[in-house]
Design a protein around this ligand. Structure first.
Ligand SMILES: [Zn+2]
Length: 145
């Protein structure tokens, strides 16, 4: 990944601000220990977002990209929040970042969801599942995917 691929837009800035707020509210005392970039990704059929190290071990930076399909006005704001929370949990578990890796597998034993539940967003996880079941296929069709 080269830095010139990390073009920024107003929409990216809004997403980055959302992530900054979620970080402040849910991860007090946790350190962002490298360059963390949050931006919109591509229109993916089967993933909401991903997190990856920009360099080999994430010493320099981390990139979180959110599925561009979620820019659609029909997607509730909380869907984006819960997606960002998920990736931020990975960040602090040392996946795609320079934090010490806490688990062998990023989703081991549902660790990400448990943490999101601890933040008090258990209901959002259920709503997310429901929303995806009811709306994702139409969103893909609307975008000819
Ligand atoms: Zn994940």
């Amino acid at each position: 990944m080269k830095l010139d691929e990390l073009e920024k837009s107003v929409e990216d800035e809004m997403l980055a601000r959302k992530a900054a707020n979620l970080l402040r509210e849910n991860f007090p005392g946790k350190e962002i220990s490298n360059l963390l970039i949050v931006k919109w990704g591509k229109k993916w059929k089967s993933k909401l977002a991903h997190i990856k190290a920009i360099d080999d071990y994430g010493e320099y930076g981390t990139l979180i990209e959110v599925n561009e399909l979620m820019k659609d006005a029909s997607v509730p704001a909380w869907m984006i929040d819960v997606t960002l929370l998920h990736e931020l949990v990975h960040y602090f578990h040392g996946f795609g970042s320079n934090h010490p890796q806490k688990f062998r597998n990023p989703h081991k034993g549902g660790v990400v969801d448990s943490e999101i539940e601890r933040f008090g967003f258990g209901e959002l996880l259920k709503k997310q599942d429901k929303w995806l079941k009811e709306n994702w296929t139409q969103l893909l069709e609307k975008n000819s995917l």
